[in-house]
Design a protein around this ligand. Structure first.
Ligand code: AMP
Length: 423
């Protein structure tokens, strides 16, 4: 019998794995610049966490969650996103207790959605999620958007399109929902079954419908901006002018509503069309939330955050070669020649590692030619060669694999020599 990976999941290895590693390092570096701290949260949560936060009527909860009863008969789900888990972690562990706001947290790991697998859409994918909690200011919202934008710049994305909209406060949304119900009542008989359900569950979601005929109707629907309260309008204006000041380009997209229930005020998505004109959907998305923390039993604290999809970032970066060639790199490849010198080579490699140098060692007897090829394949900068003669004289040969220059170095001065090479 052959074993295959589950539909919609994928293995990541070789160059792709290096790219993922690199992307994660850059994203972590960016959050570090903005003062964020890492939190590690479980992949498995009680199902109510997501029905409560994403909303019973969201596509994620209705159709896409991996939900099952555990052996104790409790309903648990593989997380479809990380925000709910991060907020639960904040509440359970009272991370808000010392009132040092905003909390700035990030997490990284797999999320699961039972969606139709297609380009840029998997059933298990990696999310890099960023949340700030406890400070209610449009500036806090902008700081988070700016972090997202700068992270993409650091990854080499030069023409990101930032779509942005405001869902306003609760009053704005209630008024808008009423207007949508009035409008769609006259059209709903001609719309898809999902939209019929959405009309009663949450009419905002109709705006997200992907059915072409429905989209034509949606285009004529009332616009959110006409239903924002004065306060919400003014907050959104301040958000946009701050983005202008920071020279972060954006496009106000009136049809942007986002699929989850917890958003209010600013919501946004990052898009990028690669030179191959492949559309991977949003590469990242997020927004502000007013009542998510309190809806899970925590204090009334607002938050704002976003998530990047690592697979989508990696696809775009590969298509457009945004990060150049990423290769496995090693500083030294240690090889032994002659009889009984493998142990010495092993010792040298361990010594170099103890000094902080990435070192590999050939542990089998091979011809010099083969060992040099291996050294190059592993991206080593230098080969270290040790034979009987070298062991006898407490020396090694160090060869620069690029310039081919070779030097004899005594073991006593090895550290000094290699430190100079890497200065
Ligand atoms: P969302 O939680 O739906 O706002 O998603 C945040 C980000 O996660 C998106 O912008 C995508 O980059 C990524 N993402 C969401 N769903 C998938 C999926 N099925 N496969 C791959 N990436 C995804």
């Amino acid at each position: 019998m052959d074993y295959f990976s589950v539909k919609g999941t994928h293995d990541i290895f070789g160059e792709e794995a290096l790219l993922y590693d690199q992307i994660e390092m850059v994203l972590k570096g960016a959050t570090d610049l903005y003062g964020f701290n890492y939190v590690e949260i479980p992949t498995l949560e009680y199902t109510e966490l997501f029905t409560r936060t994403s909303g019973e009527s969201s596509d994620v909860v209705r159709k896409e969650m991996y939900t099952f009863l555990d052996k104790g008969g409790r309903s648990v789900s593989l997380r479809p996103e990380l925000t709910a888990g991060i907020v639960r972690c904040v509440i359970n562990n009272k991370l808000y207790a010392n009132q040092d706001f905003p909390l700035k947290l990030y997490s990284l790991g797999p999320a699961f959605r039972y969606e139709r697998p297609q380009q840029g859409r998997y059933r298990q994918f990696l999310q890099f999620s960023v949340e700030t909690i406890g400070l209610d200011s449009y500036l806090q919202d902008v700081e988070v958007i700016s972090l997202g934008y700068r992270s993409l710049q650091m990854l080499g994305f030069d023409h990101v399109s930032l779509k942005i909209n405001s869902l306003g406060d609760e009053i704005s949304r209630e008024n808008y929902k009423k207007a949508l119900v009035d409008f769609f009542k006259g059209h709903i008989d001609h719309m898809c079954e999902d939209c019929k359900e959405r009309l009663t569950l949450n009419p905002l979601r109709i705006l997200d419908c992907k059915v072409k005929e429905d989209q034509e109707i949606v285009a004529k629907a009332p616009k959110m901006s006409d239903y924002l309260t004065e306060e919400s309008k003014s907050r959104f204006r301040s958000t946009l002018s701050m983005l202008d000041m920071l020279e972060i380009p954006y496009e106000v997209d009136d049809s942007l509503v986002r699929g989850l229930d917890y958003y209010s005020h600013v919501i946004f998505e990052f898009h990028y069309t690669s030179s191959l004109l492949k559309n991977y959907g949003a590469i990242g998305a997020g927004g502000h939330y007013d009542h998510l923390v309190s809806s899970l039993g925590g204090p009334e604290l607002v938050g704002v955050g976003y998530a990047f999809g690592i697979e989508r970032l990696a696809s775009v970066i590969s298509d457009d070669k945004l990060m150049g060639n990423i290769e496995a790199k090693s500083d030294f490849y240690v090889m032994s020649v002659g009889e009984d010198t493998i142990d010495n080579a092993f010792e040298i490699a361990e010594y170099l590692r103890s000094l902080g140098y990435r070192s590999d060692v050939c542990l089998e007897k091979k011809s010099m030619g083969n060992m040099f090829k291996k050294a190059l394949r592993r991206g080593a900068k230098y080969a270290i060669i040790i034979g009987e003669e070298e062991v006898k004289n407490s020396k090694v040969l160090i060869k620069d694999l690029l310039s081919q220059e070779q030097n004899e170095v005594s073991i006593d001065s090895l550290q000094e020599y290699v430190d100079k090479l890497f200065k």
